[in-house]
Design a protein around this ligand. Structure first.
Ligand code: DQA
Length: 145
């Protein structure tokens, strides 16, 4: 494995599979993790996969990227739209960051149209369900090559 990437998932993403399946699909967080591990292996990327419902734990995980990972793929869930603390933690990360969302946040309620993650991120991928993460892994591979 050439690179190590953190995939970080925020609040309520542990409920995937049963959470509003018409928006988020029927695959569970475990399914998502398996898809990511399989695709990362093809790209020679080692994955750490973390989910937390707690803002401070997400900030701690983001800070860990500085010393422990080569890049970060983050779906901060609802904290994307609210958290200056997550924005500030991301601004300190000197590695590539890719923001992902399962749903197309721009097709949804106005309060989802702004994300505090987007400015520190290299790019944003949203609206492709689980495939948003697969696309992000491929994009990350290119950024690191
Ligand atoms: C989400 C979109 C957010 O607006 C929402 O709060 C989530 C999931 C997504 O992956 O589509 O929790 O980040």
């Amino acid at each position: 494995m050439n690179h190590t990437i953190l995939i970080l998932n925020g609040p309520n993403l542990n409920m995937l599979g049963s959470r509003e399946p018409e928006i988020y699909g029927t695959q569970t967080l475990d399914d998502l993790q398996q898809v990511c591990i399989a695709h990362a292996a093809l790209l020679s990327i080692a994955l750490t996969f973390v989910q937390s419902n707690h803002e401070g734990e997400l900030v701690d995980a983001i800070q860990s990227v500085r010393s422990a990972h080569d890049g970060l793929i983050i779906n901060a869930g609802a904290f994307s739209h609210t958290s200056v603390a997550i924005h500030d933690a991301l601004m300190m990360v000197d590695k590539p960051i890719i923001e992902v969302h399962l749903s197309n946040i721009f097709q949804r309620e106005a309060f989802r149209h702004h994300s505090y993650v987007s400015r520190p991120a290299k790019g944003v991928i949203c609206g492709f369900g689980v495939n948003s993460y697969v696309l992000a892994l491929s994009a990350m591979k290119d950024l690191l090559s």
